[in-house]
Design a binder for this molecule. Structure first.
Ligand code: NAD
Length: 343
């Protein structure tokens, strides 16, 4: 039995990663460390919270004493580090917490791993989840490769780039067995309401204007979260120490294309007499808005034969079903509250 520390397991991607490792690896106990910040949600852990091999700890990764104690108490032999402040807009308005969680928090985990593992590379692994945003923005063509230069443009991507550099330095200086992956935009159930796809669906269902930054032409590559989990699994178990990999969905769409597509799907699932796309509303662009991100996934495909399994339409269907169910439940709860007669 091995103990894996997964950070950020109450968040969007982290909750799927915890579920994946519990389902596929009976030899792992998962220690899930999350501070339950605004983006962490106990309901994301509903499917596994009471699992006998899942231990949830509410705590902050910058708490050095607590992190070191977790390594000792559970004899942690692997880390999958996802905990981070993750929303670019928030990093523009209040970057401080991004420096603390994303940089100081990663440093705290690296120090604890270094201390606990003492150069034992064979049996231990530190996996840092990063983002394609560290490479900056692309023009209309080309892809980021694993060797692209770091050119972060937002406080969020700069904080993630800083944490990547710290991880690399621990590999080179202390021989830590660490790997890094850079993924593109994830989508699927459990994403916080502030993110693009949940915002489009929620506003459409509430018949409110759907905000689209600038001219809507910014392009993102979309990766279904379950495909991402399979890639994390492969890299965690098979990559060489110090390697880094890009993970993407090979599925580029401009924001306006994606929003229009979601509206068209909703027209079919929940027709309301008008087209949902009539709610699309261009708003002032985000400062420093990167035009396009796209990653080459050649390395992970060639090395591990990994590629996305879900088609975009299947994955989007699952995603829509989840957010429609969430919205319906929340409307029902509100109705119920307004019908409640005080005793
Ligand atoms: P999320 O915001 O949904 O979840 C982050 C989780 O980390 C939350 O549960 C939060 O409570 C927790 N957390 C934040 N700061 C913490 C701290 N100091 N101590 C303990 N817990 C803390 O984020 P996500 O979308 O699931 O992203 C997970 C990781 O993947 C992040 O590192 C992010 O940079 C990276 N990433 C995400 C995407 C994406 O599209 N979502 C794309 C590329 C990379």
């Amino acid at each position: 039995m091995k103990s894996l520390l997964i950070t950020g397991g109450a968040g969007f991607i982290g909750s799927h990663v915890v579920q994946h490792f519990l389902t596929h690896y009976p030899q792992y106990t998962i220690i899930n460390l999350d501070k339950l910040g605004y983006a962490g949600n106990v309901s994301n852990m509903q499917g596994f919270f009471d699992h006998p091999r899942h231990i949830f700890i509410k705590g902050d990764i910058i708490d050095k004493f607590m992190v070191e104690k977790i390594f000792v108490d559970y004899d942690i032999s692997g880390v999958i580090h996802l905990a981070a402040e993750s929303h670019v807009d928030n990093s523009i308005h209040a970057p401080d917490v991004f420096i603390q969680s994303n940089i100081v928090g990663t440093f705290t985990l690296l120090e604890a791993a270094k201390k606990h593992w003492r150069g034992n590379k064979k049996d231990n692994r530190f996996y840092h989840i990063s983002t394609d945003e560290v490479f900056g923005a692309l023009g209309a063509t080309g892809h980021f490769t694993e060797d692209s230069p770091y050119l972060p443009n937002s406080p969020y991507s700069a904080s993630k780039a800083s944490s990547d550099h710290l991880v690399r330095s621990f590999v080179k200086t202390y021989d830590l067995n660490a790997v890094i992956t850079h993924c593109s935009n994830n989508y699927g159930p459990h994403q916080h309401a502030e993110k693009f796809i949940p915002t489009v669906i929620r506003n459409a269902l509430l018949k409110r204007p759907i905000p689209i930054y600038g001219n809507g032409k910014n392009v993102r590559d979309w990766l279904y979260v379950e495909d991402h989990c399979r890639a994390i699994d492969v890299v965690f178990h098979q990559a060489q120490p110090g390697e880094n990999y890009n993970i993407g969905g090979n599925n580029e769409l401009s924001n306006i294309e994606l929003a229009t597509h979601l509206c068209q799907q909703l027209d079919q699932i929940l027709p309301w007499g008008e087209q949902y796309a009539s709610l699309l509303n261009y708003v002032k662009d985000r400062p420093g808005h990167d035009f396009r991100y796209a990653v080459s996934t050649q390395k992970i495909q060639q090395r591990f034969q990994w590629q996305p399994r879900y088609t975009f339409s299947q994955a989007l269907h699952n995603t829509l079903a989840y957010y429609i169910q969430q919205a319906t439940q929340s409307m029902r709860d509100k109705d119920q509250k307004s019908c409640d007669v005080p005793a």
